[in-house]
Structure formats: structure tokens, C-alpha cells
Design a protein around this ligand. Structure first.
Ligand SMILES: [Fe+2]
Length: 323
């Protein structure tokens, strides 16, 4: 398989304060260089017997491949980020920036500050969409900053010296300001609209318990913090307490095999949250029985360990009555 080179997106003669010579050099030597390296690496990898190759060879090739893939993809976004006046941000994009950063101005100040923080160092400064989190984020890649898995860049600023030295010398502050005055926000918005169409990783689906409603640990914590009345039942099998001697602070333990006996103690006016070790079968079965009996019950997704993972308060396990 061979990678393809993309044409230059921006029209260099329309840019203000960035010379065509800088853009041409950048495109030809740095973008073109990444393209050549990537295809050479792909060829090397194809010719290699992975089982027989020394580990350091595989490691180097895969590191070089990742660097070249990032360089290729990010240069394309960089050149496609330039070409307008940087001022007019279309409504969808402006709303998205305001939603995720507080205001467009707040976004701009963070992005520019991040770029200037590289201070003559090198790397990429990016505005990316994170499908997993459903939001935009500013971040940098290079010089010790790793790429973010799953992030989709919609705006890219190249902070490597080759991107500015010809026109700006060491004056990176002026380069960053000039970049901001040449952003093509319509093109950024097009990429944003494509990015938000990317589905986040699919959530855990428990098909056999599709009828049983769940609640997240964060939602339970918010209810407790707000003082909302809620009855929390730890329905972990008895033997699990020997493996995990603590339990959720706000919970009482009840034997999951005796739901019919202890459910009469519960109030039907306040919601019930039940959970087991990981939030699979045991808690769901208890909740199903409670709902059948008319309780407003939900199981806590992720169970005991999700509660611990968000550092929810715990106490020593107490096997109270009805043990
Ligand atoms: Fe570059």
C-alpha cells in the first residue's frame, strides 16, 4: 500500500504576512519529505519478516512510521487551516468554541498561549474534536507531548522552525499572531462538522438486561452530594466481601439471594439504586425483581469498582441484618 500526496489547500499569494516562498518550501520539503519517508517505511515494513527481524528494527520503523503519519496528516490540516482573514467565525463553529471553552475569546487566548508556551521549541498546536468526550480540546503534539488517541484535528498550527524561520526568524510570537490572522474558519467549520459525525466508542450493552434501567456512578454521587433521598443497596454476593473489604459508604449490604425478604423494608417513594461487584448480572437481577415489585429501582453501572474508581467514599464492609 502507498500513501498519496495531497495538493496544497491554501492559495499562498492570498496570505497576509506569510510569503509564498515560505509556504512553497514548507510544502515541498517538509510535507513532501514526510510523504517520501512514509512510503519508504511502508516498503521496508512490507519487505520485513516481523518474526525474524531484530526488535529494535521493528520498534524504530513503527516509531518513524507514526511520526511520518502525524507529519503528513497534520501538515495537510495546517495548509487547509490558512486562506482567509481569521476574523469571521461561522455560527456553528463559534457556538462550539463558546460551548467548550466558555467563549471564543477564551478559546483564542488558550490556543495562542499554548503556541507561545512552546517558546522556540517545536511541535504542533491543535484544536481537535474528541468523539469520546464529545468536545473540542486544544493540545500540542511533539517535544514530549503525545498524540491523543481518537482526537480529530480541525485546526493545526505548525510550530516547527521550518514553518516560520524564513519569514519571522526567531520571532514566534509574531508568527503565531500572523497565523491567527489567516485562519480560514469556513474550512475549519467544515472539518468540525465532519468530525462531530464520528461516533464515540460504543458503550457497554447488556442485551439480556436491556429492560433494566441503569444510573452512572457520577449521577449517584451527584444525588448524594445534593442530599437527594436515595436508597442504596450493595447486593454483592457475600463471598465478594472477603476479596474487597470495603463498601460504598452510603450503602447497606443485602443478600442478593434474598431480595424478596428484604425488599419490604424499602420505601416506594424514594428511588432505589442497587449494585454488585462490576455492575453485571447480580445487581441487574436484584433491580429487575425490585422493579417488578413496584420500586423505582436502577442498577449502578460499573458497580462497586466503578464507585471506587471515581474515588467515591467507602467504609469497612458490614454485613448487616438479613445476612
Ligand atoms: Fe511543517
Amino acid at each position: 500500500m502507498r500513501y498519496q500526496i495531497a495538493p496544497l489547500f491554501c492559495r499562498p499569494w492570498t496570505l497576509l504576512g506569510l510569503t509564498p516562498k515560505l509556504i512553497e518550501n514548507h510544502y515541498e520539503h517538509n510535507y513532501g519529505g514526510a510523504f517520501a519517508r512514509l512510503n519508504a517505511i511502508a516498503e521496508e515494513l512490507e519487505a520485513l519478516d516481523p518474526a525474524a527481524a531484530p526488535p529494535h528494527v521493528i520498534r524504530r520503523l513503527k516509531q518513524d512510521e507514526a511520526a511520518a503519519l502525524n507529519s503528513l496528516a497534520l501538515h495537510e490540516v495546517y495548509f487547509a487551516s490558512l486562506g482567509a482573514d481569521g476574523r469571521v467565525i461561522p455560527e456553528t463553529m463559534a457556538n462550539a468554541l463558546a460551548h467548550d471553552f466558555g467563549s471564543v475569546d477564551r478559546w483564542r487566548r488558550e490556543f495562542v498561549a499554548l503556541a507561545n508556551s512552546l517558546d522556540g521549541g517545536s511541535g504542533w498546536v491543535l484544536l481537535s474534536w474528541l468523539p469520546r468526550a464529545g468536545r473540542l480540546v486544544n493540545h500540542s503534539i511533539g517535544d514530549g507531548s503525545p498524540a491523543i488517541a481518537g482526537a480529530i484535528p480541525v485546526l493545526a498550527l505548525d510550530m516547527y522552525e521550518h514553518a516560520y524561520h524564513l519569514d519571522f526568524g526567531a520571532n514566534t510570537v509574531s508568527y503565531v499572531a500572523t497565523f491567527m490572522r489567516n485562519i480560514d474558519w469556513s474550512a475549519v467549520q467544515d472539518r468540525y462538522e465532519d468530525a462531530v459525525g464520528v461516533q464515540p466508542p460504543r458503550p457497554l450493552e447488556q442485551k439480556q438486561f436491556a429492560d433494566v434501567p441503569s444510573i452512572t456512578v457520577e449521577e449517584v454521587k451527584a444525588m448524594l452530594d445534593a442530599g437527594t433521598p436515595v436508597q442504596i443497596i450493595d447486593t454483592r454476593p457475600r463471598h465478594s466481601s472477603s476479596r474487597s473489604p470495603d463498601m460504598m459508604e452510603a450503602a447497606v449490604w443485602r443478600d442478593p439471594d434474598r431480595v424478596e425478604e428484604w425488599m419490604s423494608e424499602l420505601s416506594k417513594t424514594a428511588p432505589v439504586v442497587a449494585f454488585c461487584v462490576y455492575g453485571f448480572h447480580v445487581g441487574c437481577i436484584a433491580v429487575r425483581a425490585l422493579r417488578k415489585a413496584g420500586f423505582d429501582a436502577r442498577y449502578m453501572a460499573g458497580g462497586h469498582f466503578a464507585w471506587k474508581a471515581i474515588k467515591g467514599p467507602v467504609k469497612l464492609f458490614e454485613a448487616t441484618t438479613h445476612a
